[in-house]
Design a protein around this ligand. Sequence first.
Ligand SMILES: Cc1cc2nc3c(=O)[nH]c(=O)nc-3n(C[C@H](O)[C@H](O)[C@H](O)COP(=O)(O)OP(=O)(O)OC[C@H]3O[C@@H](n4cnc5c(N)ncnc54)[C@H](O)[C@@H]3O)c2cc1C
Ligand code: FES
Length: 533
Amino acid sequence: MTRWLQWFHRWLGLILGLQVLIWLITGLYFSVMGNQAMSGHTHFEPLPNESLAGLEWSSNIGDLSRRFDDIQQVEWQQVLQIPQLKVVTADNTYYLDGRSGKPWQTDRALATDIAKASYSGAGTIDEVVEVDARFQVLFDDPVSTEVLIGKADGAVQGHRNWNWYIADWMFRLHFMDYSGGRDFNNLLIRASGLVTLWFAIAGLILLLRNVKRGDLWRPQTLLHQLQHKQHPVASGCGGGGTCGLCKVKYTADIPAVSSADNQLLSPDEIADGIRLSCQQRKLPDSGLRDIELLDVNARAWQLEIESEQQITPTLKHIVFLRPPNFTFNPGQFLQFQIATRAGAVLRNYSLANRSDDNQLSVLVRRIENGIGSEFMHSLRAGDRVDVIGPLGDFQLRSENQRNGYSVFIGGGAGIAPIRSQVLSLLSSQDPAQVVLFYGARCEQELAFQAEFERLAKDHRLRYIPVLSESLSASGDFLTGWVHSEALKYIENVGVDKVDVYLCGPPAMLNQTLNGLRELGVPAERVRYDDFGI
Ligand SMILES: Cc1cc2nc3c(=O)[nH]c(=O)nc-3n(C[C@H](O)[C@H](O)[C@H](O)COP(=O)(O)OP(=O)(O)OC[C@H]3O[C@@H](n4cnc5c(N)ncnc54)[C@H](O)[C@@H]3O)c2cc1C
Ligand code: FES
């Protein structure tokens, strides 16, 4: 409930904040422009109020009391020296042509003359348009003046121009009256008032809750404190307690186990004093001295891009010059610092190359509007990037079974750390049987296909690509779910003979982990990396 309240409160605050901004901008506009400019009367000239003397009135007007019921008022007036009679009854107002006694008619020529008489600018008439009960006389001056003349009475209903139209929109936005009526008491503004009241009450409830929990005065999380001091700590969820990457080891004053610790850490890690730093706020009495960072080789680097290549429709392979002294374990990743207008954001990309290569490389899947992946896809040879690393404990087990099988299961961009592990394992002296299951949507999305096929041809790797969304045109590929094929294989060779490494999309990861659990593969023989995407 509170989470929903917070979510709604945040978005509502954004919307109300936008409206306040609109009020500020439109209010500023009104005060700068002034009434005259916004009224559209830049070239307005009142019609001459000439005397009625000398006008010829028709004798056909007759007895008005016989023509109209319940007359309240009669006015004798003129429009450009044409006599006009205005008769106001209880229900209506009538205009008569004083020359004939017939109902008043404004024709196009008269409307043009009236418009000219009420216009003081230098423009000439461009067009006269008949719109419903009036004429719009358009002048070709710089502000595009329009003079509105009523058909029923020949009166000048008003002048409009660009300034008027802009001001009209400003009024709509300011009054929240999009009907154009400039009514400050409309339904939308009343509803907004109620919503704002709810916003204020909800804000008060949340504030009281935070005060009660002492959140207002709580120190930052240990993760934030470490990152602020430029210590290399991994994070894949920004401190949300869901990625399990921000592990640190307490050597004294070990804090209680949080629910996120319980979910994401193994019992051995918990017993060893390892905790998720994003869940801790309290430092040991000795400060950071009694906290050990687990990624001991990690530090800040600036890497230069040697080359980049789009190797599948969505995956880009980016190769960096390897700095001297950079060492990593296959499966580890780099944390990239990406500068954005809102400040630096951190994104993790796994190293995809063999651990003893002369270069470093990553494989990045493009995500539309993704801050990190779009940035990575925009990089070109010669560009430099700031990274921290190597980070992460998705690594090959030192006690891999010699006579068993190392089974790797990769999906999508998850093939990156898997490739690094497979190539590194194959280059070691005495590899176990190495089996790679690689899931992709279609044949074109299989990265490093030629390389894996070559290794398979040399009988160094058993390579099984599986396509999930397209049928294999050549018949060379299995189709379906990669985890189903891998689980069948593991069941076949024996669950006690395998070490399993997996990395891929969340659905694949979860189903594989569940399947391995059901088959009875010991948890300590399964390693996986969760990209969180
Ligand atoms: C340890 C670790 C290693 C990683 N290694 C790699 C790697 O080797 N290669 C790689 O490509 N990525 C890798 N990632 C994921 C990577 O760090 C980013 O999360 C990913 O690139 C998306 O970031 P972004 O800034 O582009 O998208 P964001 O700006 O964070 O997200 C943009 C939008 O896209 C959505 N979105 C995010 N990801 C996906 C997705 N996959 N599919 C659909 N929608 C999505 C988000 O929910 C959001 O709405 C790794 C992550 C971790 C934690
Ligand atoms: S940062 Fe993700 S669990 Fe701590």
